[in-house]
Design a protein around this ligand. Structure first.
Ligand SMILES: NC(=O)c1ccc[n+]([C@@H]2O[C@H](COP(=O)([O-])OP(=O)(O)OC[C@H]3O[C@@H](n4cnc5c(N)ncnc54)[C@H](OP(=O)(O)O)[C@@H]3O)[C@@H](O)[C@H]2O)c1
Length: 289
């Protein structure tokens, strides 16, 4: 009991990536640890370091980042805060989006670029192998076989352990799985936006990890006065906790990665793992938002 209270993320339960690599289902997304437009350093780099360390203290052992967050600002902060890494920590990064400037994201999936970015992520994170490397976007200008093929090659070379996809359709996942083993999918999904329901159902059937990005609708579901504010009071929870508890209830393959730049919010969000919704409460929340 004491252990769960001090490590609330443990209460979210374990999911095994590819049936083998265990993570607590409630993780942390490290995109907020950058400047405006996900560009440059965060306003308070010391607080960013504290957020990462606190997340791990709270039992979070699954952290999502990307080369393009900063670029490289988020990955370098993770290394600064947490290296040498706890043995059970799984860092998932991504590549495949170029960053010409703040707020500007453009798919770039040429194999030599994916390889360059993977090499840079290995250096910036300070690891010999990346546990989960996600293709941030499929580049429509490059054959899928070249993009996934390069990741598979790097997997065979020992630079990548597992391969994931991001913002894809079910048919794209099926195509990618003809080329390499795919371990996870990361799509936009939250209480207020469930357009990826078919991808989530597919992930659940196939036991792929489903990582919902914008799990709190970029904070819209977490803010006081937001759509969950009144309901949260009846549950004796905060709006962000309700949004995350709903996700955790939705599927056993769900791995939410709430983002925040503040220690108090990472504490609040991680405690969502200790909230258990009944099926009726889950349905009611789904209808309310
Ligand atoms: N694959 C993709 O294409 C993709 C795209 C976008 C994001 N992602 C990943 O998904 C992760 C999560 O997305 P996100 O961080 O953009 O959105 P989010 O988790 O839905 O929401 C983050 C926002 O909510 C606020 N917030 C967090 N906790 C709060 C709380 N307890 N009370 C009030 N406000 C709170 C944060 O502000 P404060 O900093 O003030 O707490 C921040 O503005 C990212 O970190 C990234 O790893 C992936």
């Amino acid at each position: 009991m004491t252990q769960v209270a001090s490590r609330p993320a443990d209460a979210s339960g374990v999911f095994r990536l590819d049936g083998s690599l265990p993570v607590n289902r409630l993780g942390y997304g490290a995109m907020q640890l950058t400047g405006p437009g996900v560009w440059g350093p965060p306003k308070d780099p010391e607080e960013a370091v504290r957020v990462l360390r606190r997340a791990v203290e709270l039992g979070v052992n699954f952290i999502d980042t990307a080369d393009s967050y900063g670029p490289f600002v988020s990955e370098k902060l993770i290394r600064k805060a947490l290296h040498p890494y706890p043995a059970d920590l799984v860092i998932a990064t991504k590549g495949g989006l170029s960053r010409p400037g703040p707020g500007d994201w453009r798919p770039l999936g040429r194999p030599e670029y994916l390889r360059q970015q993977t090499e840079l992520s290995l250096t910036h994170l300070g690891v010999e192998r990346i546990d989960l490397y996600q293709l941030h976007r499929i580049d429509p200008q490059v054959p899928l076989a070249d993009q996934i093929g390069e990741l598979r090659l790097m997997q065979q070379e020992g630079k990548i352990r597992h391969i994931g996809l991001s913002e894809v359709t079910v048919s794209q996942i099926r195509e990618a799985r003809k080329i390499a083993d795919i371990t996870s999918v990361q799509n936009l999904y939250n209480l207020a936006n469930r357009q990826a329901e078919d991808v989530l159902d597919y992930a659940e059937r196939e036991n792929l990890g489903f990582i919902p990005w914008f799990p709190m609708a970029t904070g819209q579901l977490a803010r006081p006065g937001g759509p969950l504010d009144t309901l949260a009071k009846t549950y004796d929870a905060s709006p962000s906790q309700l949004a995350l508890a709903w996700l955790l209830h939705r599927s056993p393959v769900m791995l939410p990665i709430p983002g925040t730049s503040s220690v108090s919010h990472v504490e609040e969000n991680t405690r969502a793992a200790q909230i258990t919704l009944s099926d009726a409460e889950f349905q009611a929340l789904g209808k309310a938002v």
